[in-house]
Write a protein that binds this ligand. Structure first.
Ligand SMILES: Cc1cc2nc3c(=O)[nH]c(=O)nc-3n(C[C@H](O)[C@H](O)[C@H](O)COP(=O)(O)O)c2cc1C
Length: 234
């Protein structure tokens, strides 16, 4: 990563609550690789983001639960996020989708414009990769810039040494390369912003004008350095 620019700040967490989680081990490895490539890491535990099942009534009456507020705070404080997610029944775990749903109701919408890298680990032969394709959908819907490459660790129960490092040097190199490429793209977008898109939650469902629900541009930052696209305050 270039030294002249501010480092990319990345929230890193595993979407597993399990003690001894393979995804938590993978998230920690990713955190180390981010620091090695010059990024700053905010390592979090999923327990900090756990939230009761989303209910629009509970939301209206009681507001946001602490887990959702904490994930929003940590997303806002970082340029990027890295999730290591288990695959449950060919998709993402319910607790992860649930907190994404909660956080998506904040305005400005916190996922919009954030760079995302998706990782998974599973004892299976495909490493939980189907779950990541499912996870891309809500994140891209919410305006996150989901990195094209993903890293899925197959046979995770025998992939790590006693220190949590990958035993297979080719896989270790692939993870390092993926993280390096992700950080370079996030750094370029942070320091030379060029893609400005408007985030619209969804068209046609409310009677007010769709124009009212398009993000308003962020005021331009000083010295010609752009912001992260545009933000919503519908
Ligand atoms: C409800 C449930 C569904 C699962 N479905 C899948 C699956 O579809 N594909 C898969 O590879 N593993 C599946 N697994 C196995 C998980 O990959 C395995 O438990 C893994 O260790 C979970 O990640 P963790 O170690 O980070 O907690 C499932 C496990 C549970 C509890």
């Amino acid at each position: 990563m270039s030294k002249e620019h501010e480092p990319v700040r990345a929230l890193v967490f595993s979407a597993s609550l399990r003690a001894g989680s393979f995804n938590t081990t993978l998230a920690k490895l990713a955190a180390g690789a981010i620091e090695k490539h010059g990024g700053e890491v905010d390592l979090a535990a999923m327990s900090a983001f756990d939230a009761p099942s989303y209910s629009q009534d509970a939301h209206t009456q009681s507001g946001f639960p602490p887990g959702a507020a904490e994930l929003r705070r940590r997303l806002d404080a970082n340029d990027a996020f890295v999730m290591a997610s288990p695959e449950y029944n060919g998709s993402m775990p319910g607790l992860l989708k649930n907190v994404i749903d909660w956080v998506s109701r904040f305005r400005p919408q916190p996922f919009n414009g954030k760079h995302a890298l998706l990782l998974s680990a599973s004892p299976s032969m495909v490493g939980g990769n189907r779950g990541l394709w499912a996870l891309r959908v809500p994140l891209e819907h919410l305006g996150s810039r989901v990195y094209p490459d993903m890293f899925s660790l197959a046979q995770a129960h025998q992939a790590f040494d006693s220190e949590g490092k990958l035993l297979n040097p080719q896989l270790a190199g692939r993870l390092d390369q993926t993280i390096g490429g992700f950080l370079e793209l996030a750094e370029a977008a942070k320091n030379y912003p060029c893609a400005k898109t408007a985030w619209i939650e969804f068209l046609g469902e409310q009677p007010n004008s769709p124009i009212d629900r398009v993000d308003k541009p962020v005021p331009p930052p000083p010295e010609g350095r752009g912001g992260q696209g545009v933000r919503t305050d519908r």
